[in-house]
Design a protein around this ligand. Structure first.
Ligand code: URA
Length: 473
């Protein structure tokens, strides 16, 4: 038997066209080796054509046409071979091939079901972020990582929902663009659109997070059911995702346990001896920083916030400690101070993703003020937390370090420095690295006078420019 290698563009429309020719030539499935070329450009051109008729002579049941178009979105090495095998069998009168009781049919149904489910996941777990009033088109952007090629199936749903508001949905493979009138797709998704969709922040995000955390009902939290409905792989792209482990863990070990302990302790009767090991709560695997008890800050913080950035970053920025947003999200510089820093990074011609961002202290130190958590400057916590900063410096081995504010400088040098002013504007040598000292972004936010605030922001940008120039030398 001679094997034919059939190459096509990897789209359902492309496959259908070739399958039609092969059926007409009576080529058996076992004679074909399917090969896809990388799809470039308008991903779904031609898919709107109805797939019911494969050729004038060959008729395909509508139900099969639907099943095939769904199963074609399932990522599997054998996807095109299975589709053709079922089609070939049905066209030759073997209707069982499309039934769930048949070996091929059951696989086809399973794939179609998985694709429907993944389409639902995209509808349910996509979060559009608003780009601000004056950012132009698209007004909303979203990032999603589907397990199957469901973007084209799922995207039209948002055209109805969002009306003439423009948006884009970027995925690692492709992008869907809606300008308020027309829906277009492109593959691959340009890297700048990927970056835009991944990094965009939303003005309403902190409000949503506060709402989510406050309406989370620990007594009703069932992690198994929850992960069944919302698989963990989506958590990282949901704004509320980073909150979920802490909320679940608190539900298991905190609120719920306290409530139970109270009820149980009020009951009369004998005590039942249990081993300490058996009653240990089941928790997510904790990293060493997560379990840090070097100072008492962990007791009131949601989570420890580690540094973030590539391990080969040459520029290393040290802040003070996570703030309210960072504590909830588990990432450094995500709140208002992060926006000031992002602006300076951009103005200095740098890219946030290329830098390593961290803090001198890894837990949020705060005190209640009304319904808010008010930031408190760390003091005695700086020395015990230096352990983690040194570990990060050892891992990253940056060439240039920028200390943002006095806490960062104290942590790096190991002693309290009199004033920032004596370091500002110069690059000192420190442990074989260049150290630049500048204002902390939160300080800039607090400067009341506009002109002075602008000066401070310019000093922050200048420090980053200086760092960039040192690296370029
Ligand atoms: N301030 C900091 O010092 N670090 C953060 O991560 C956020 C605000």
């Amino acid at each position: 038997m001679i094997m034919r290698t059939v190459s096509f563009d990897g789209s359902f429309a492309g496959w259908r066209c070739i399958a039609r020719q092969l059926l007409e030539q009576d080529v058996a499935p076992s004679e074909i080796s399917w090969q896809t070329e990388h799809l470039v450009g308008d991903l779904f051109a031609g898919t709107s054509e109805q797939p019911e008729t494969v050729s004038s002579a060959i008729r395909v049941p509508k139900q099969l046409a639907e099943l095939l178009s769904l199963a074609a979105c399932y990522r599997h090495a054998q996807r095109w071979a299975l589709l053709y095998r079922v089609l070939w069998r049905v066209v030759r009168g073997d209707q069982a091939a499309m039934l769930a009781g048949d070996e091929d049919g059951s696989e086809l149904h399973r794939w179609a079901k998985a694709v429907r489910r993944e389409t639902h996941h995209l509808h349910a777990f996509l979060r559009f972020k608003h780009r601000g009033e004056h950012s132009g088109n698209p007004q909303y952007v979203a990032w999603h990582e589907p397990a199957h090629d469901v973007l084209a199936l799922a995207a039209p749903h948002f055209c109805n929902r969002m009306g003439n508001t423009s948006w884009l949905i970027a995925t690692p493979e492709a992008v869907a663009l809606w300008d308020g009138k027309t829906l277009a797709f492109k593959a691959p998704c340009p890297v700048e659109l990927q970056a835009l969709a991944k990094q965009q922040r939303d003005d309403g995000e902190s409000l949503w997070l506060a709402y989510y955390a406050s309406t989370f009902n620990p007594a009703r939290a069932n992690p198994k059911v929850m992960t069944g409905h919302m698989p963990k792989r989506f958590w990282k792209d949901l704004p509320e995702g980073p909150l979920i482990p802490a909320l679940l863990s608190e539900a298991r070990t905190g609120t719920q346990r306290t409530a139970q302990a109270k009820t149980v302790s009020e009951q009369a009767g004998k005590t039942v001896p249990v081993s300490a090991e058996e009653v240990l709560p089941v928790r997510e695997q904790l990293s060493t920083l997560d379990t840090c008890r070097r100072c008492p800050l962990w007791q009131k913080a949601t989570q420890a916030v580690p540094g973030e950035g590539p391990l080969n970053a040459r520029l290393f920025l040290v802040g003070e400690q996570p703030g309210d947003h960072e504590d909830l999200l588990g990432r450094p510089f995500m709140g208002p101070a992060g926006q000031v820093l992002d602006q300076a990074i951009q103005d200095a011609g740098l890219q946030r993703e290329a830098l390593y961002l961290t803090n001198a202290v890894k837990h949020f130190k705060w005190t209640p003020q009304g319904r808010r958590r008010k930031h408190v400057t760390p003091t005695t916590e700086i020395a015990p937390c230096r352990h983690w900063l040194e570990q990060e410096l050892d891992n990253v081995k940056p060439d240039v370090i920028v200390a943002l504010g006095a806490t960062a400088l104290e942590s790096l040098t190991g002693k309290k420095q009199g004033s920032l002013a004596m370091y500002m504007g110069q690059a000192t040598q420190w442990k074989g690295r260049r150290l630049i000292v500048t204002y902390h972004p939160s300080y800039i936010l607090r400067v009341p006078e506009e002109a002075k605030r602008e000066q401070a922001q310019a000093a922050l940008t200048a420090a980053l420019v200086q760092a960039r120039q040192l690296l370029e030398q």
